[in-house]
Design a protein around this ligand. Sequence first.
Ligand SMILES: [Zn+2]
Ligand SMILES: [Zn+2]
Length: 270
Amino acid sequence: MTPEIHLHVLASGSKGNAAVVEGPEGLVLVDCGISRRALLARADELGLDMGRVSGVILTHEHSDHVGGLTVFCNRFDGPLFATAGTAGARPYLAELPFTLVGSSDEFELAGMRVRTFPTSHDVAEPMGLRFETADDALGYCTDTGELGPEALDALAGARILALESNHDERMLAGGPYPAHLKARVAGARGHLSNAQAAAALRELVGPDTETVVAMHLSQENNRPSVAVRELAAAVGAEPASGEDGRPEARTPDGRLTICCAAQDWPLSVW
Ligand SMILES: [Zn+2]
Ligand SMILES: [Zn+2]
């Protein structure tokens, strides 16, 4: 594959999510769960011009994914994509001019083909995303309690894989959350654990896969080093020194890197 699609994670975690997928003809904002001010500051840190955003896609209506959208849209005129379920789930979202897409759909944006697939989460109509050009692919999937056949198919073999690795199952079970919240997070419509993500990687990583980004890590029930170690073990990667001391792992042949996104620490994957 020739790198034509790049991923910039501005924020990832339960306090706010926003990522930019950079395609050949512009930028796509995936979710807008942080303030406009934080969004612009982090984009600036990564050298991204948010004036080049040619569309916004929402994965679902939880406020950690949409909380900053209304203010962002005061100065954004481009198309907003969401499922009918997501767009209709909150009064303030229903006021925005969405282009409705299905959760098993395809459309073109920023010089890329975007394929949506259903995720399993406690909201109306959530989805994950695959971005593709003739010679590159990026898979993006967070906020899902499990990965169904369609999700696995859409994510398989991408060069960049951004995959939820929300919690360590033992840390969640023994952690501070009340029982109902533990059950919700661990449930089929909750969040993917490190172990689930690791098991999926054995199927998803292909010969062209270069980078796996662990996404939406819980600050209470996970640690970056724990998530990276568990994902790394599934694909034969070994701990390596990452940029700025971030935990990272690499396969001995150097072809595959495992890293993790953070709540307050933007990250670019080229
Ligand atoms: Zn979330
Ligand atoms: Zn969510």
